[in-house]
Design a protein around this ligand. Sequence first.
Ligand SMILES: *[C@@H]1O[C@H](CO)[C@@H](O)[C@H](O)[C@H]1NC(C)=O
Ligand SMILES: *[C@@H]1O[C@H](CO)[C@@H](O)[C@H](O)[C@H]1NC(C)=O
Ligand SMILES: *[C@@H]1O[C@H](CO)[C@@H](O)[C@H](O)[C@H]1NC(C)=O
Ligand SMILES: [Zn+2]
Length: 669
Amino acid sequence: MVALSSKFLAFSPLILASVVTAQTFRRLGTCPTLGCVFPPDQADFLPGALFDIRLEVHAPVNGTEAYNGGVPDEKFTFCIQKGKKGKCEDVKKFFKVKEAELEKWEFSYFEDLFARDAGAPSVVNVASKAYRSLTLKESGDYYAKLTYYGRSETVAHWTVREANKKRKAKNVVFFIGDGMTQPMVTAARMIGHKSINGKYQSMMQMDQMEAFGMQMTHSIDTFITDSANSASALYTGHKSSVDAVSVYGDSSPDKFDDPKVETIGELFRRRTGGPVGIVTTAYLADATPACLCSHTRARGQSAPIIYHTLNGKSGMNDLTWDTSCEGPDVFFGGGAEQFIPGPGSWNGTDFYNAFADKGYNVVNTKSAMVKTSNKKKTLGVFSISNLAKWLDRQVYPENLQNQQNSPTGDGSAAVDQPGLKDMAIKAIDILQSRAQKDQGWFLMAEAANIDKMMHALDYDRALGDLLELDDTIRATIAHLDKIGELKDTLIVITADHGHGFDVFGGVDTKYMQAQTGDLKKREAVQPYAGSGASSYQVEGESLASNNTYVVGPQGPNFPVQWDPRYVFAAGMGASPDRREGYDVKKTGPRNPTVRNADGLYVPDPADQPDGFFVTGTLPPSDQAQGVHSLTDVPVYASGPGSEAFRGIYNSIDIFYKIADALALGKESK
Ligand SMILES: *[C@@H]1O[C@H](CO)[C@@H](O)[C@H](O)[C@H]1NC(C)=O
Ligand SMILES: *[C@@H]1O[C@H](CO)[C@@H](O)[C@H](O)[C@H]1NC(C)=O
Ligand SMILES: *[C@@H]1O[C@H](CO)[C@@H](O)[C@H](O)[C@H]1NC(C)=O
Ligand SMILES: [Zn+2]
């Protein structure tokens, strides 16, 4: 934070007096005064990366901030100053753009929970302008100054970081373990790796990466992030708000006019022309895949997100934007409901056809994916909604039967689904064969179900998918080595946020089943000395006569058994009321709650029937599952540029570190 000249700090006393300290609900999180600048104060930029500017002047009609009779100043001015001593130049001259048209709208918000309960929103009138597809090319400090209501000022201090000029990495594989924290990695290590007298006989692949760091996941305006704004931060170098997909959240009702920021996928394509891949075990319009190649204020806009990812436009409000992923070269995941013509697809059109019309191979099964050519762009959609969890695919495959989730929409079960490893390896082959000369390629691969299963308090399934991610990283390294690309590839693994999960002891499930009553059942949970050693790896039988270890049917680095008598006991930082029995759910993903007659989420009596009642901490009216937590999350990296990932930093720094490894920033005067 640099000191601003005193003239910049001179806010109108009238405005200051009206500032409220709302927390739960805010008029606009990034804008405590009545004049809003996006990108807001403290924003960082990569030289040459595209962004939009949105300016808003607010006039609250009523509530504690009511001002100017609810009439917003339409004659606001906006200038930008390079350095502390520079001249503040009008935005049009500074960026050599035309005057933007004045936009006006009204929005409302609740000042606090009392106002919500009383059904009394505060109403705000807005005057606004937006300038689009801009860049700042020279590194240094900038001050963007909005002047409104005569003499009120909002000053945004922007920092354009220095760009690294020499490219270090040719390719990037960016793994995101959605919701993955270090305690989850630790728990996965315990169940997936044999330990003898306190010494692990093998390690996670993540444990063996060259660099380790931690990153802070909080949003721009809240402590707790969702996966949309955290992915936006990782991909764009700009923090944002809950639900925002690679945009800053403005106050307008239009979900497609919010100020966009260029993503690493778009930037990589624009700068190098190289191929970009997206792989996820979630539905393809879900937040983490969506944020790489589309932009909207509302992550729930699934159909426009798919349209936008393919076409580089939202299809709803095509505002000037000079960049896109131009349709990712690889697009693998679930979410067939956005592709099958019908209510979930954009304007009811067949998006398998829309992709095929743009030159894509389209595959719907693992078998077809493995066989398809590596030469063409490829869309792989393998189920309706999220893909199957690793535990169901690999250990309890009968759970894939009797569903109606075939990606063809024919009502059959999607039984031939790939795992993360299958998709990532195929994606690398396609990207490798499509990259020309020294373009290199960029792949984002998300293990989405770690998060989804932690929400459901299904610890076993979450850890199964975490072990699958680790297995995928191991296989990726081996594959890159095989094709001669390992030394040129930066591999980064991180999460977008955490859940408050940790292991605190062991449970004798046999003893618990034999008890009656919650208090007696809880005696089966033992901390410290009673926690024993992990029995997920079979005791005594592990060392075969030929000096190799017996491994389970799922291969090395996974538990030999998922339902030992002695299981781990885990807790969550936040949860609904629920039952806990700690044993693996063999019939499919866990669902801890049901809605009762009063509309409150209460423990599902069918969930963990051998377990005991645990009081939750979340509001029962609207939280059916666990929620995200504040924790910093781990970052692991190997390959050229990986040394930059050591230490503790902010989520947005991941973008700058990857952009630096690829030399995507471009400085000029
Ligand atoms: C503000 O005005 C609107 C519209 O008249 C009304 O519905 C709302 O309850 C008012 N809010 C407050 C906080 O007075
Ligand atoms: C698609 O649907 C949207 C919203 O219903 C509509 O505004 C738009 O005009 C439609 N576009 C086409 C090409 O039909
Ligand atoms: C070692 O012994 C185990 C157990 O008998 C067997 O499954 C495995 O194939 C053997 N491995 C080698 C390399 O011979
Ligand atoms: Zn989540």
